[in-house]
Design a protein around this ligand. Structure first.
Ligand SMILES: Cc1cc2nc3c(=O)[nH]c(=O)nc-3n(C[C@H](O)[C@H](O)[C@H](O)COP(=O)(O)O)c2cc1C
Length: 253
């Protein structure tokens, strides 16, 4: 077991195990912001229970209170449900099946050569993620089938496509990240789970035409939102302990 997954105290009353739970986060008081943050996980299996429009409006209505430099609020969201969601899914699944090499994201999410400790963490992610699905990491066909599930929004009744104006700078992407996290936390506050998905960025040309996304907007990611399927109500991924990413100075003791 490497250092970043070791169990132990992450803070008062918080162990790494504290964030591995059945939809909630043991060790946190139910309903508190800490519990909501620690109880969120990338959900990749949703039930088909519908999520009505007013709930999504409520989630976005809360998420818009994310901070942004000079309050420019650089987020744009396309909310998809029903036949609109199905149409997008069908088009992207077809592209993934028939023409995946002809599509590329407009931005690079990952560095081409990940330095440590990020490389080690990504490898751990691969082992845990594909291991949980019974997929050998060398099985490219099975991995591709798993990637395809992204385009069906993992069965979620609602999918968001998030875009940002390409004329904005990297600082606005910070703002957008805060907004996206707010969306997921607000969803969790409503008893819903979510999955942020950069896999949608690859098919921006198809999304642009289907959703009439203006040329100046760049597709950043999708977000699936819905009720977690019973089989998927837990977090798989551990976190590094606080002392591995934070240094403290000036405190007594
Ligand atoms: C911006 C962003 C994009 C992501 N894209 C995908 C994706 O395309 N498909 C996917 O299955 N998970 C995706 N994830 C989920 C991450 O794999 C997940 O957040 C990470 O492994 C930690 O797990 P946790 O969120 O359950 O704690 C993405 C996460 C973020 C923040």
């Amino acid at each position: 077991m490497n250092a970043w997954v070791r169990s132990g105290q992450d803070g008062p009353g918080r162990t790494n195990e504290a964030v591995i739970g059945e939809g909630t986060a043991p060790g946190f008081t139910r309903g508190t912001i800490d519990e909501i943050i620690a109880g969120r996980f990338a959900c990749r299996a949703f039930s088909d229970a519908p999520v009505p429009r007013h709930i999504i409006e409520q989630i976005l209505g809360v998420a818009r209170f994310a901070p942004s430099g000079a309050n420019i609020q650089p987020w744009h969201v396309h909310v998809l449900a029903g036949t609109a969601r199905d149409e997008v899914s069908a088009a992207l699944l077809r592209a993934h099946e028939e023409a995946r090499d002809q599509h590329v994201s407009e931005y690079r999410y990952y560095a081409s050569e990940l330095p440590e400790p990020y490389l080690d963490r990504r490898q751990q992610f691969g082992r845990l993620f594909y291991g949980s699905l019974g997929i050998a990491q060398t099985d490219t066909e099975a991995r591709s089938r798993q990637t395809a599930r992204n385009y069906a929004f993992f069965g979620a009744p609602v999918g968001l496509i998030v875009t940002i104006d390409r004329r904005l700078e990297i600082g606005s992407w910070l703002d957008l990240g805060m907004f996206i996290q707010n969306v997921m936390l607000a969803a969790a506050g409503c008893g819903l789970q979510s999955c942020p998905q950069e896999t949608f960025a690859k098919y921006h040309r198809i999304l642009r035409s289907l959703l009439s996304i203006p040329a100046e907007q760049m597709v950043v990611c999708g977000i699936s939102i819905g009720h977690a399927n019973n089989a998927a109500t837990r977090r798989l991924m551990p976190r590094a302990a606080v002392n591995e990413f934070a240094s403290f100075r000036g405190f007594e003791n």
